[in-house]
Design a protein around this ligand. Sequence first.
Ligand code: BG6
Length: 497
Amino acid sequence: MVIFGATGDLTKRKLFPAIYNLAKEGHIPDNFAIIGVGRQEMESEDFCRQMQENLAEFLPGKSDDDLMLWFRERTYYTGGDFDDDKKLFKDIKEMAAEVRTQHDIPDNFFFYMAIPPSLFANVTQKIVKNGLGKEENGNWRRFIFEKPFGHDLESAKKLNADLLKLLKERQIYRIDHYLGKETVQNLLVFRFGNSVFEPIWNRNFVDHVQITVAEQLGVEQRGDYYDTAGALRDMIPNHIFQLVTLTAMEPPVSFDAESVHNEQAKILRAIKCFTPEETLHSAVRGQYGEGEIDGKKAAAYRSESNVKRESQTETYAALKLSIDNWRWADVPFYIRTGKRMPERHSSIIVQFKKAPFTLFENTPVERLTTNRIEIHIQPDEGITLHFGAKIPGPIVRVGPVDMDFNYLDHFGEQAATGYERLLFDCMIGDSTLFQRADMVEASWSIVSPILDVWSAIPPRDFPNYAAGSWGPPEADELLSRNGRQWKNTPHVPDKQK
Ligand code: BG6
């Protein structure tokens, strides 16, 4: 495994802990090694020392000394200028040859691009030019690219075209870490591995779907990236569209990558692109001003470090999507994401239509509980079915109740960063949980027209929500004009007694 960007945040927080967890579970063979590549010059021993300190910080629980030694023996580092064709890539090639001999490693490589997207094509081109990317005699070369994959439709198309000049599609793994989350993967099992849900999962029974990815954190140290990206680009064409496609897609004919991707791509193509008028009507943007979270003062976005004082970047986005196909005609999918919300939670809510009230007209019941299925993605993972039950007593009264499934209670704690499954799948050549080129482009073609309108008409009211609130009032109106409302605080499944 060759990691470009080996001294960066992602490598220390996610990649090394994930490899450690995989090795601990016995999923990595002994003939394996990592070469970290960064701009800094450093000896392998110093890199290993740093890696060990980072593992201690980012892995909960005590680390295992034998495993740490196993790791240190297989971790190497080389540094230099990524633009320098000759020196750095020659060094990597020589180091890889030595490491392979030392650990008896077959001629298989995967390259992890934990570097800014502007360098993806360039670094890949240098790998290929230096003979490191060539597949021969059944050996493989795979390349994982971190998000963001482009910043609009045009740049995503160019990046795909540049990479496809150098590599085959099957060698390209466009990662979206939401697909590493257990509950997200469980969506397919929940929908297609059970017979009770699928028959009601359509416009005949579903009133609407709500998908929320709310974060309590602000932009932390990432102001310079975030201020050029914004909430829409950062979260919607990738993470949230993954949730939309897995919720809405038809059953694939098999679990192989192509069949799953084909069904996901069909949904992306069925999402109706907004006209400029629809953008004004069905898309809401917001930016947080100062406020309070958990009793503590929180600064405004414009006062965060590396953010422009007069920034017009949105930190909140909500859309009302229509999926123009047979199953979902007239069932809106409301999606939203925001920073500095009152709490961190991601969920998918499938809200069912009301039952007829006729039977209850001459009873004290004023209204019936509507049914919904809540799929909790984080921080609690689980599923809740919400329905009405008779309140005990001689009079007919109905009250809302919940039936819960909580992952933790049933399956116990899993040591996972969310990257384990994705790294493992790349090693075994399964790209099901990665994005295909056409999916990335289809996602951008939905989002780009909105971005165009937003950049042509700058927001006049930013900041328009307080840190610690649920976003701007327009986001509530997006639903309330059709008599609906966001479910803000999700039902948290009870822990088993
Ligand atoms: C990243 C975004 O892709 O996902 C971040 O760039 C965001 O802005 C993060 O905070 C959210 O991931 P998670 O797993 O914490 O929901």
